[in-house]
Design a protein around this ligand. Structure first.
Ligand code: SME
Length: 150
């Protein structure tokens, strides 16, 4: 995937942003439509009061997992670790929340605002082991760009 060609499109969406959730949805749709192995793209945001993640805008099949406790699943672990989490094969993970039997792999990148983990971008793939460091660097760029709006 040529992420260098995709970055300016993300930047344009952010530059033209007026309603944050509309912009986040557009980013989800752009990524899902452009990257062949991105089959579900969504955002979760931290709710510190309930120590849960709440589902935000997403592109792809609806999910039952609109609230995820900190520590549960791949997403909940990233809420605690503040680290990227790349899962080449979800079947090899014990602490994993399945949204669909079609999903084979997942990547979650935390979103920091002023050094604080406030949420994350979560991507599911129906392909096994599709993610490389290029995905991590690109998705870090996406999260850093979004942080300028928050
Ligand atoms: N698989 C995630 C749950 C969220 S869905 O992928 C949309 C997890 O284990 O945290």
């Amino acid at each position: 995937m040529n992420f260098d060609a995709l970055k300016p499109k993300v930047t344009t969406l952010i530059s033209n942003s007026s309603v944050i959730n509309d912009t986040l949805l557009s980013i989800c749709e752009l990524l899902k439509e452009t990257v062949s192995y991105y089959d579900w793209v969504g955002f979760y945001f931290r709710d510190g009061n309930t120590e849960t993640l709440k589902l935000g805008p997403y592109a792809g099949a609806p999910t039952d997992h609109t609230t995820i406790p900190f520590g549960k699943g791949i997403c909940g672990q990233v809420a605690v670790s503040n680290q990227n989490f790349v899962v080449p094969d979800v079947n090899a993970q014990d602490n994993y929340i399945s949204c669909s039997i079609n999903v084979k792999s997942e990547i979650v990148i935390p979103l920091f605002v002023d050094g604080e983990n406030i949420g994350q971008i979560d991507i599911d793939s129906n392909t096994t082991d599709p993610f490389s460091e290029a995905d991590e660097r690109f998705l870090e760029f996406v999260c850093q760009s979004i942080a300028t709006l928050l």
